[in-house]
Design a protein around this ligand. Structure first.
Ligand code: PLP
Length: 429
């Protein structure tokens, strides 16, 4: 049940006055259910302005991997705030960013060693695409302009990112207006790979690279695939001289049980994108990391071969301080063990949903638990049902999922899985 602190039934003045002026994400503003007013967060709890609290099943769009308000991150950000909240990254550098770049390069596999910072996942993807296109321009192969991407994929809401996301997905309206790439079903079988091989044989000379979310297509439906798929994509990329781009904005930093999903496939992409849990979920930060070979294509006396990109807030000092503190926590606390324990508890806790007539599938990978429904008719109603159970869970499409913080206590996770089971059962009619 929702929390036990003092409850107030009057909405705060800032809510009623401000709602008239804000435009909320992914929502028909006319029919949207009133959003929940949040007063503060603590650990795995969201405390509402009316005094109730909710156990958080989503970790704020998969960012808050250490729970909210972790003291180590808070102290690092406070220290940084006193010294320097931000300084432009053009012509100036600072310790936090350079230390973070060095640490990321050490943690990532292979020679993914050049880190370009930005401030959101979508922008990190834009930078990755731009890097890949210019890689070919700089090497005199400017015909290579198209990407292979996959149905079910999601890479962000900006133009380039939309163009490599599922064309039938939430951005379908824009599909005819966007650069035309090649989008196919993610190959899984020998036959699929043989088809893809034939496609690439015909088209690779006009293609720059392959873009994929390794192991889990997140916002496209929490669809899983296995590590060998990534190995075979790597082999095809090598065969046809394509850059392989892994978007680990969701999967990075432990979510699928290894620090990076690509480790499970023992595959090194040419470019990797990171964000979300990079800063421990406290401040906006993203990174596009390239291998030495990609970087070398930009290394020249010719200024025309430089990467012309530079977001105003790139490598923000507060965000870098948070990210360095987050990496400290990954180094000294047993995060991957916690993910393994969460995976086991999710598997057991969601099992009662399997086999229910209106449930299509139940699946778990790392700290991602999914109950895929045959369909969901009333998303707003379903979200409200979860709030009544004292949990924050945000189903989308036909998917109810849990992506908790890695620090969630077993009893809190139990509250989440029990709420899912109870609500899913009640949907059976
Ligand atoms: C795999 C992936 N790529 C890119 C993005 C876009 O990130 P942002 O919302 O920070 O722009 C997301 C966001 O959910 C994502 O899951």
């Amino acid at each position: 049940m929702a929390g036990d602190t003092v409850k107030s039934s009057n909405p705060p003045a800032w809510l009623t006055a401000g709602l008239e002026h804000v435009w909320l994400p992914y929502a028909q503003m006319k029919t949207i259910a009133p959003p929940l007013a949040v007063a503060r967060t603590q650990g795995c709890r969201i405390v509402l302005a009316d005094g109730r609290y909710l156990i958080d099943g989503i970790a704020s769009w998969w960012t808050a991997c250490h729970g909210y308000n972790h003291p180590h991150i808070r102290e690092a950000v406070e220290r940084q705030l006193a010294a320097m909240p931000h300084v432009m990254f053009g012509g100036l550098v600072h310790e936090g960013a350079l230390t973070l770049a060095r640490r990321l390069a050490a943690l990532l596999p292979g020679d993914l060693t050049r880190v370009f910072f930005s401030e959101s996942g979508s922008v990190a993807v834009e930078v990755a695409l731009k890097m890949a296109l210019q890689y070919w321009f700089n090497r005199g192969a400017g015909r290579r302009t198209r990407f292979l991407a996959f149905n079910g994929g999601y890479h962000g809401d900006t133009t380039g990112a939309m163009a490599v996301s599922d064309p039938q997905g939430m951005h379908a309206l824009f599909a005819p207006l966007l650069p035309q790439h090649i989008v196919v079903d993610l190959p899984r079988s020998d036959e699929d790979f043989a088809d893809l091989d034939r496609l690439l044989a015909a088209k690779a000379e006009t293609m720059a690279g392959i873009v994929v979310e390794p192991l889990v297509q997140g916002a496209g439906g929490m669809i899983f695939h296995e590590a060998p798929v990534l190995r075979r994509l790597r082999a095809l990329a090598d065969k046809y001289d394509l850059l392989l781009i892994f978007d680990e904005i969701f999967t990075g930093f432990g979510r699928t049980s290894t620090l990076f999903a690509c480790e499970q496939a023992e595959v090194v992409p040419d470019i990797i994108t990171l964000s979300k849990a990079l800063s421990g979920g406290t401040l906006p930060l993203a990174a596009t990391v390239a291998t030495r070979a990609v970087f070398d294509a930009f290394w020249a006396d010719d200024p025309g071969k430089a990467l012309m990109h530079g977001p105003t807030f790139m490598a923000n000092a507060l965000a870098c301080a948070a990210a360095n503190a987050s990496l400290d926590l990954f180094a000294r606390e047993p995060r991957l063990k916690q993910v393994a324990a969460i995976a086991a508890q999710l598997t057991q806790g969601l099992e009662p949903c399997r086999g229910l007539a209106h449930v299509k599938d139940v699946r778990v990978k790392g700290a991602i638990g999914v109950v895929e429904m045959e369909r969901i008719d009333d998303l707003n109603g379903l979200r409200a049902r979860f709030v009544e159970e004292g949990v924050f869970i945000r189903p989308f499409g036909n998917v109810i999922y849990l992506t908790p913080s890695f620090t969630i206590a077993p009893e809190e996770l139990k509250t989440l899985t029990e709420a899912v089971v109870k609500v899913v059962r009640s949907l059976g009619g």
